[in-house]
Design a protein around this ligand. Structure first.
Ligand code: FES
Length: 158
């Protein structure tokens, strides 16, 4: 799993987000969204800082970050790959697509490649079952994906 040092100005940037979203307890989710947009993820020191600024126990912030799947505590790559593992995709080769993606991207599910190029997640049906197996890269959807074509697809994302 890749880890990166926090930017030097991280706390100034968090302060800016809090100034925009509010520093009361009810603003927690909005603040966490803003901070994740600003620095990409929510590592432990950042959660502690937000808790301090909003006057909340660290455990409350950790609980919210853990509960909502859109929050991440690990750095994300420049491109987010999602491979569908819903039933239709799975029976039409989705597992082999996932293996090929993991190999080509250089990271497992829930991880980021060491070069910060890709993060990999799985999803359970993206509503394109008739065109399975399906994967997405950022906003782009790829249908009827063949494992042999995966490396070629990922080459488009540097
Ligand atoms: S199961 Fe993959 S798109 Fe529906």
């Amino acid at each position: 799993m890749a880890t990166v040092a926090l930017p030097e100005d991280v706390y100034t940037r968090i302060d800016r987000v809090i100034a925009a979203k509010g520093s009361d307890r009810d603003s927690l989710i909005e603040v966490l969204h803003g901070v994740q947009e600003e620095i990409g993820y929510l590592p432990q020191p950042v959660q502690e800082y937000v808790a301090d600024r909003l006057g909340l126990p660290v455990g409350t912030v950790e609980g919210v970050v853990t509960f909502y799947s859109f929050f991440t505590t690990v750095p994300r790559g420049r491109h987010l790959i999602k491979v569908c593992q819903g039933t239709a995709c799975y029976v039409r080769g989705g597992k082999r697509v996932l293996e090929a993606v993991s190999k080509a991207a250089g990271c497992g599910v829930g991880e980021t490649s060491p070069d910060m190029r890709f993060s990999l997640d799985v999803v359970r049906c993206v509503g394109a079952c008739g065109l399975s197996p399906v994967m997405t890269v950022n906003e782009d959807i790829y249908e009827r994906v063949k494992p042999t074509k995966v490396a070629e697809i990922l080459d488009r994302y540097q």
